[in-house]
Design a protein around this ligand. Sequence first.
Ligand SMILES: [Fe+2]
Length: 262
Amino acid sequence: MANAYQPLTPSGKGARIGDRRVTDFSVAEIRDLLARHDWLAFEDHPVTTDEVVEFMGRFGTLVHNDRRQGAVLNIDASKKDEGEVLLGEGFLPLHRDGALMGTNIALVGIFCVEYKNVTGGGRTFISDIDNACKDVPAEILDVIRDKGIEGRPVDRYYLKPSDTWHWIPGFAEVDGHSYLNVGFPYRPGEQASWLLRIPGVDDDRCQEMFETMRAILMSERYCYYHEWDEGDLLLLDNRRLLHGREAFKGQRALANLQVLAA
Ligand SMILES: [Fe+2]
C-alpha cells in the first residue's frame, strides 16, 4: 500500500495521503512513509488539534516552551503582537525548524485550524533539497560547506532575540547522508524574523548566492506548495527538507508541533 502514493514534486518527494485519517496509521507505518517520501500531506479526512497532539506524542518528546500552549504553537496572524514576523502574514523564507533555537527537531507537524478568506498566497512550501542541490553550482555549495552560516534571531517570537551571531554548519548529517542545513535570508524590503550571513563573504555576494539557490530550491521541479484546507496536516522530516510560507492576507491559523530528535 505504501507504494501507492503519488509524489508531490516532479523530483519524486512528498506524498499526498487522502485515503485514510492520519490517526489510522501506526507509528511504524508513518516512519516508513517518511523515510520513503520525506514529507506527507494528509488531506480530506480532517482531524482536530487534540488528535494531532496525541498522535504526534507517540513519536517522541514534543517541544514545550513559553511561546507554546502545551505542545502547540499557534500561528494565527490575527492574534500576533506587533513586531512578530514569524507569527504574522509576511513571507517566511526556506528554513529548518529549531536551527536558530539550537533545538534538534526530527519531526514537524503543521496543522490547519482555520483558513478563511485567504488571498495573495498563504501556501506552505517544502523543498526537496537533496535533489535540488544537484542543480546548485558546486562553488556555492563548497562555500557553504567550508564556512557554514551565521544566524541572528531578531523576531519577538524568539525566546532570546540576540545581538550575537550563531554559527550553524552548512550541511548536517542525517543517517549517514549529508543535507543542506541553511536557512535563507530575507530579501531587502521584507520584514525579517532572522538575519543570515556567511562568514567571510560580503553581503552582495551572499545575497547573490542565496538568490541562485532560491530559484532552484523553490522551482516547481523541487518545491511543493500546499494549498491549505481546514483539518489538513503536513508531517515533515525536518532535517531532510527546508520549508517556508508565502505572504498572505486573511484568516489563516495553523498549529505547529515539533518532536525532538532522539
Ligand atoms: Fe517552520
